[in-house]
Design a binder for this molecule. Structure first.
Ligand code: HEC
Ligand code: HEC
Ligand code: HEC
Ligand code: HEC
Ligand code: HEC
Ligand code: HEC
Ligand code: HEC
Ligand code: HEC
Ligand code: HEC
Ligand code: HEC
Ligand code: HEC
Length: 542
């Protein structure tokens, strides 16, 4: 901790004299040499004293160390965010000294020891607008004037112990973070008057222990953050939004950073452009950091259902519906917004059984389901292509992904960012009635299920598929791509993902029934009317 400046009277005059030579040498070539001998744009017309802009040996204001400036009285807007634990108040201590020039309200040459304001070259009075003028709105600057003590440490586990900070970093007498914690007005050795080199984020990491990412460009805090006058306000982001911050590099301008921008502009996308600190709760909006934690993401691969390393440590909702701090699977991340708290009140395809809670659709107890939370119910699914089998688990992102992703066979970035195939599908999947069957129309399903060949869907080993598809009936007229929840369906009527599209399939007028009944492996019957044909009932195989 810095020795408090409680020296008074002659004591400090002596101290100032002793240190004068050293301070003079270090300050002379910096932008803080505001005398006529200075080399910066902002300098006096004729005044040759250097220290006078800040200090005077006599008649100074009662503030140490012999401060020569009137203190600002402006009411500042202070930093705040949803995650902040500290409670910054109005600026105190040495921060007010800095702000007596840097808030842009008091003339640089206005000092207590002179009756007249010291005239500056080019007629400059207060700091001109620009990066050095922080203004009186400090809500977009790193928080200051709050105690950094064990109480705060207890609230934020990502902070370093304030009692073992490097000696260059000093809190004030009240253990508060001030401008002078990071800056030394007398020395510009490290640029920007910083107290230490921040090239590898050494300064930031001395207090913050938040980053464990192995992605090299993400290790530098100021890749994403801006310490002062940050466009986002809360979280001090370089962009006005989180997305714009990430897209600084992920828009194709940075050679190594995968270009996400084209996907975000597609017909179907996660509209990630919401404010940094929305007042409404998720799931009504989404940003990059709802899936990727910027500070902990790493590179690498994973197998379903395990979470992708580039998600980092991200919160989620587990299969039982409970919130969790660190999701271990991908679907737990999606469940934040597409399960109990769902954005959608209507399904993409209108069906007999409506369900938008994907957690219930994919539950291991569901009537039937694609194997997202765990292996599926059917122990004999002949159409599966090599790489998939009855004990496979698949990702939501095996179906919901960019249509130009590497996974899709193209060369763009992978991810649930956007696609020209709705709803955010990796490949085409037509759901309109009277769709002519083709490899292209159901490309999504044929990624994992054979279309042709001995076990192909069109081979009718398990169901007279070709007959139905030949009538231009879509897969989605019969199959629900997700699953049917246990409270709404059962393993007789909703086996094999059967959940009819009720704009295509109607009750049979003779029986009044609309239902499917599984009667064993590859056998079953239907009561319905479709494309004018009645099943009252009709069995397969016939
Ligand atoms: C741009 C403003 C500014 C100028 C110019 C300036 N100082 Fe300072 N000085 C400060 C501030 C602010 C502090 C208080 C630092 C703190 O509280 O941590 C300070 C503190 C001091 C101290 C107390 C010990 C210390 O380093 O904290 C001495 C001594 C001192 N200044 C000497 C000088 C001398 C000599 C000059 C001229 C060569 C000079 N200063 C020019 C802003 C300035
Ligand atoms: C007497 C007025 C005055 C005071 C007091 C003052 N500064 Fe400055 N400061 C300036 C001026 C003038 C500049 C140059 C601005 C420019 O060129 O745009 C400057 C520049 C800076 C810069 C930018 C340096 C660079 O290389 O771009 C930093 C950082 C800075 N000051 C920090 C501080 C801090 C921290 C304090 C308090 C400890 C402080 N200043 C007190 C007038 C002052
Ligand atoms: C937590 C550390 C920290 C605190 C506290 C802090 N700064 Fe800074 N400041 C920085 C860093 C780091 C930079 C350099 C930013 C960069 O290089 O992008 C900087 C840059 C600046 C600049 C130059 C801006 C520019 O874009 O050139 C000024 C002026 C400045 N600070 C003034 C202040 C003032 C005045 C205070 C107190 C109100 C203050 N700083 C508090 C870390 C801090
Ligand atoms: C002297 C220690 C110190 C240094 C150096 C420091 N910070 Fe901080 N910073 C803090 C503390 C303490 C908080 C308040 C944390 C809290 O409330 O949980 C904070 C808050 C923040 C916040 C806002 C957090 C929120 O929840 O809204 C951001 C962003 C931040 N710092 C980034 C940086 C960056 C980037 C750097 C390097 C340029 C840096 N900090 C340097 C101590 C420091
Ligand atoms: C890849 C971009 C990126 C990088 C690099 C980055 N951050 Fe962040 N940071 C963010 C985003 C986005 C947020 C806001 C959302 C959040 O809370 O995670 C944030 C939030 C924060 C917060 C406040 C939230 C919290 O959880 O306490 C702190 C403190 C912080 N960052 C510090 C740092 C420090 C220190 C570094 C460097 C070691 C750093 N960040 C590097 C993007 C980044
Ligand atoms: C300063 C530029 C920059 C910024 C800003 C940036 N990134 Fe990156 N990011 C990169 C680069 C470069 C890579 C590739 C690193 C590699 O391949 O080793 C990358 C990789 C990634 C990866 C993929 C990791 C993998 O290999 O699987 C993700 C995910 C990512 N960034 C997300 C984000 C998010 C989210 C943000 C905003 C919070 C962000 N990035 C901000 C430069 C940046
Ligand atoms: C933070 C909330 C959130 C998370 C987490 C989230 N989503 Fe979304 N999702 C949305 C919102 C909101 C929309 C509506 C489109 C928009 O406005 O962004 C949406 C839309 C979708 C759509 C449909 C797009 C359309 O055109 O109808 C799909 C499919 C989707 N998300 C899949 C996923 C998957 C898979 C995951 C997990 C990897 C996931 N989402 C994670 C909020 C979220
Ligand atoms: C086997 C492929 C597949 C998997 C796996 C999959 N989906 Fe879907 N999803 C679809 C298809 C196809 C649709 C279009 C509607 C339909 O066919 O019923 C869809 C529709 C959606 C919609 C739009 C709203 C709705 O309910 O119709 C959302 C949101 C969605 N899926 C999210 C998810 C989430 C979250 C996961 C993982 C938990 C997931 N999906 C897993 C294929 C899949
Ligand atoms: C709904 C969840 C979700 C959101 C929101 C999201 N991503 Fe992703 N992202 C993913 C998934 C899933 C992957 C693929 C993971 C894998 O296969 O490794 C991915 C992969 C990536 C990759 C690596 C691509 C590659 O091929 O290496 C980058 C870079 C990336 N995302 C950046 C971003 C950026 C920037 C944003 C905000 C604009 C964002 N993501 C928003 C889910 C998301
Ligand atoms: C990412 C790979 C993948 C995609 C894409 C995919 N499936 Fe599947 N599907 C599987 C796996 C794995 C199983 C085996 C589950 C089991 O054993 O119960 C399966 C099983 C099925 C079953 C049998 C379920 C049961 O309980 O009998 C049907 C029906 C089915 N899929 C239809 C479709 C349709 C329709 C599409 C296109 C919307 C599709 N699948 C897309 C991987 C996929
Ligand atoms: C007219 C209704 C109907 C249509 C249309 C339909 N299916 Fe099926 N499908 C069924 C029924 C019923 C079963 C269950 C057969 C059994 O095991 O008893 C089934 C079984 C399956 C299976 C699991 C058994 C196997 O062969 O591997 C898959 C996969 C499948 N269908 C995919 C598709 C795809 C892909 C489409 C569209 C190209 C489609 N289905 C169109 C009714 C239909």
């Amino acid at each position: 901790m810095r020795t408090p400046h409680i020296l008074v009277g002659a004591g400090i005059v002596a101290a100032v004299c002793v240190l004068a030579l050293a301070q003079n040498q270090s300050i002379v070539d910096t932008p803080h040499n505001l005398s006529a001998t200075g080399t910066s744009v902002i300098r006096a017309s004729t005044e040759e004293q250097i220290c006078i802009f800040c200090h005077t040996p006599h008649n100074s204001s009662p503030i140490q160390p012999l401060w020569n400036r009137y203190m600002p009285v402006a009411a500042y807007s202070v930093y705040t965010s949803n995650s902040l634990d500290a409670q910054p108040g109005q600026p105190t201590g040495s921060s007010k000294m800095c702000l007596s020039c840097h808030d842009g309200t008091i003339a640089v040459g206005s000092v207590i020891s002179r009756d007249q304001v010291i005239q500056m070259a080019s007629g400059i009075t207060t700091l001109p607008p620009g990066s050095s003028n922080l203004g009186t709105d400090l809500s977009d600057d790193h928080p200051i004037s709050f105690p950094f003590d064990s109480t705060l440490l207890g609230k934020d586990p990502h902070l370093a112990d304030p009692l073992s900070l490097p000696p260059e970093i000093q809190l004030d007498a009240n253990r508060e973070v001030q401008c002078t914690t990071c800056h030394n007005a007398h020395s510009n050795t490290f640029g920007k008057f910083l107290v230490m080199n921040n090239d590898s984020s050494t300064l930031c990491n001395s207090c913050h222990q938040i980053s464990t990412t192995t992605i090299q460009p993400h290790q530098d805090c100021i890749s994403c953050h801006q310490t002062h006058t940050a466009p986002s306000g809360p979280y001090l982001m370089q962009g006005d939004r989180i997305t714009t911050t990430c897209l600084k590099c992920h828009d194709g301008t940075h050679a190594q950073a995968p270009n996400i921008q084209p996907d975000l502009l597609k017909v179907s996308s996660h509209d990630t452009n919401s404010p940094v600190d929305p007042t409404d709760p998720i799931p009504s909006h989404v940003t990059c950091i709802d899936c990727h934690d910027p500070h902990t993401m790493t590179t690498g691969t994973a197998n379903a259902p395990a979470i992708h390393p580039n998600f980092g440590q991200i919160n989620g909702i587990n299969a039982s519906g409970a919130p969790i701090e660190a999701a271990s699977t991908e679907y737990e991340v999606c469940f934040k917004c597409h399960a109990d708290q769902t954005v959608f009140t209507a399904s993409w395809v209108p069906r007999m059984i409506t369900q938008t809670n994907t957690r219930l659709e994919f539950a291991q107890s569901a009537a039937s389901f694609h194997p997202v939370e765990g292996p599926g119910r059917n122990s004999d699914v002949p159409s599966l292509k090599p790489g998939w089998n009855e004990s496979s688990i698949i990702y939501c992102s095996d179906c919901h992904n960019s249509d130009t992703s590497t996974l899709s066979g193209s060369s763009g970035p992978d991810g649930v960012h956007g696609s020209n195939q709705q709803p955010l599908l990796i490949a085409r999947y037509d759901t309109a009635d009277f769709t002519r069957e083709s490899a292209a129309a159901y490309a999504l399903c044929y990624r994992c299920h054979w279309r042709t060949g001995t076990d192909g869907i069109l081979q009718d080993r398990t169901f007279p598929h070709s007959e139905h598809l030949g009538e231009d009936i879509t897969c989605s007229a019969c199959h629900d791509a997700h699953g049917i929840s246990s409270s709404q369906g059962n393993s007789t009527n909703n086996a094999h993902l059967i959940n009819f599209d009720n704009t295509i399939v109607f009750p049979d007028p003779d029986t009044g029934l609309l239902k499917y009944e599984s009667t064993g492996p590859f056998t079953g019957q239907c009561y319905l009317m479709c494309h004018g044909k009645k099943h009252s009932p009709k069995q397969y195989p016939d």
